[in-house]
Design a protein around this ligand. Structure first.
Ligand SMILES: NC(=O)c1ccc[n+]([C@@H]2O[C@H](COP(=O)([O-])OP(=O)(O)OC[C@H]3O[C@@H](n4cnc5c(N)ncnc54)[C@H](O)[C@@H]3O)[C@@H](O)[C@H]2O)c1
Ligand SMILES: [Zn+2]
Ligand SMILES: [Zn+2]
Length: 383
């Protein structure tokens, strides 16, 4: 089959690789219809992780079941399904408590597994024609047959639940104000989830204009951080007050104010968003941090950053009595509910999708998405 393979920093290629095989009676083989490129893939693509050449990318996968093992009871050949990016067993201590992003079965010695991701276990990615899905009863979320809502349902593998998780970690409630840092796909979904949860005012902070425009489309207030300190901009609009809540949908590769929005080297300040959140959130507030932080970053700006040690204003955080939550999204906790919002016509997460291209066009799509040019916001590959 054809698959997107990581070669070296800033280089992926589409290659012939062996088809996946059934390895266990609990497995299913899914013929992929949609697989998205994620901001998380860019960390590997840019050589900012320990990812080795040869890894098949793709953790946002959806398709039609092609084959099931004899132990699979609730899913059958021909079912249309979307898989959480987390590979999970459903029965370990963490899965049982709903923390499927921290499964201890699927990636021995570690809590958490994913398709096509460095350090997340042996699972191959789905930016390919076929995907092996273990524990298929647990990991395949059934969808209505046909091809309706394809782009909306594709968002259920990761970014819609992950954005929602950001709002959940920040405990966003009706009538509240929220500062959402980052208007990439995850930030847009976080802002959208805040709107769905009834937030009164949602600020969306980024410096890529097309992304800020999308945020405005869904009712958020765009804040361009290249035009000045975003905390100041928000407080100025709120009569000196900050916000009730904050969400970091940026992560450790946060760009400095005024840095280039379009490609090339960006001046990076890995702790800038964390400290801006501590600054902007009102006392007793909370922050959700779905943005990725890593324990090892070969390209880190200094020795501390290379081992994931960031300096944050913990004293201020204590003084304000702020709460924070972080980590991989437990997709399985939300995906069925978010699917039903889509079916009921109450959510349309495909608004974030900017491009749908064939698998063969993946190298070009990676390049443009990475440079954040030509409106590349969220890309779906259709093998
Ligand atoms: N926790 C999880 O389960 C999970 C799942 C998916 C993605 N992620 C992570 O979420 C983050 C966002 O993912 P994405 O797909 O939206 O990525 P992305 O790279 O497309 O978006 C990040 C956005 O942040 C903006 N940005 C950069 N510096 C900023 C700053 N200082 N202030 C405000 N905005 C800034 C960028 O311009 C960009 O638009 C990534 O770190 C990704 O790895 C986490
Ligand atoms: Zn993703
Ligand atoms: Zn488990």
């Amino acid at each position: 089959m054809r698959a997107v393979v990581y070669d070296s920093p800033f280089k992926v290629s589409v290659e012939n690789v062996p088809d996946p095989e059934m390895q266990h009676p609990n497995d299913a083989i899914v013929k992929i219809t949609s697989s998205c490129i994620c901001g998380s893939d860019l960390h590997m693509y840019e050589g900012r992780t320990a990812a080795e050449p040869g890894i098949i990318f793709g953790h946002e996968n959806m398709g039609i079941i092609q084959e099931v093992g004899s132990a699979v009871k609730t899913r059958k050949v021909g079912d249309r399904v979307v898989m959480p990016f987390n590979v999970a067993c459903g029965f370990c201590k963490n899965c049982q408590r709903g923390f499927t992003g921290f499964c201890t079965t699927v990636n021995p010695g570690f809590a958490g597994g994913a398709y096509g991701y460095v350090a997340m276990g042996p699972w191959r990615g789905g930016q390919a024609e076929y995907l092996q899905v273990p524990f298929a009863d647990f990991n395949c979320l059934p969808l209505p047959p046909g091809d309706q809502y394809e782009a909306d349902f594709a968002m259920l593998a990761d970014i819609f639940p992950t954005g929602y998780h950001g709002a959940e970690l920040a405990d966003v409630r009706p009538g509240e104000s929220v500062a959402v840092f980052g208007a990439g796909p995850v930030g847009l979904m976080a802002a959208y989830s805040c709107v769905i949860r009834g937030a009164a005012e949602v600020y969306s902070i980024d410096h890529v204009q097309e992304r800020l425009d999308k945020a405005e489309e869904i009712g958020a207030i765009p804040i361009n951080f290249d035009e000045g300190d975003p905390v100041r901009q928000i407080k100025d609009r709120r009569g000196g007050e900050g916000t009730d809540k904050g969400i970091d949908a940026v992560g450790y590769q946060a760009a400095a104010q005024g840095s280039s929005a379009a490609g090339g080297e960006q001046e990076e300040i890995p702790n800038v968003v964390l400290n801006q959140m501590i600054d902007v959130i009102n006392p007793t507030g909370a922050m959700g941090i779905p943005g990725l932080y890593v324990p090892t970053d070969p390209g880190g700006v200094d020795e501390d950053a290379k081992r994931g040690a960031l300096s944050i204003n913990f004293g201020k955080l204590f003084e304000k009595g702020l709460r924070l939550g972080t980590g991989q999204c437990n997709v399985k906790r939300y995906n069925a509910y978010l699917r039903d919002l889509i079916i009921a016509g109450k959510a349309k997460p495909s608004f974030a999708v900017s491009h749908q291209v064939s698998l063969e066009e993946a190298p070009d799509a990676y390049d443009k998405f990475d440079k954040r040019v030509e409106g590349y916001t969220k890309v779906i590959l259709n093998p």
